[in-house]
Design a protein around this ligand. Structure first.
Ligand SMILES: [Zn+2]
Length: 93
């Protein structure tokens, strides 16, 4: 096993824990801290440095985003539709 390469390490901006890469990351790559699950963008690769990702680039990237307003309005719609009677819905077969 090779030693961990210190040039492939950067610190999380949020919790300051060390994040190691197996290979050199791409500039602009979004990684997620394993400790605090903060999304970080690689803004420099030698040495590796993180920045805060833009909201707009996050939306277009591989990180799934949940629109909370839409999520809660969908929940409201289900409630208005008469509750949770799925198990007693006989006569449908
Ligand atoms: Zn972190």
């Amino acid at each position: 096993m090779p030693e961990k390469d210190p040039t492939l390490m950067a610190r999380c901006l949020e919790c300051d824990s060390r994040i190691y890469f197996e290979r050199k990351p791409d500039l602009g790559e979004i990684i997620v801290c394993p400790e605090c699950e903060t999304s970080l963008e690689v803004v420099r690769t030698a040495p590796i440095k993180f920045g805060w990702p833009d909201e707009s680039s996050l939306g277009a990237g591989p990180v799934p985003r949940v629109d909370l307003d839409e999520f809660f309005s969908n929940l409201d719609d289900e409630d208005a539709g008469g509750g949770f009677d799925y198990e007693e819905d006989d006569g449908r077969y």
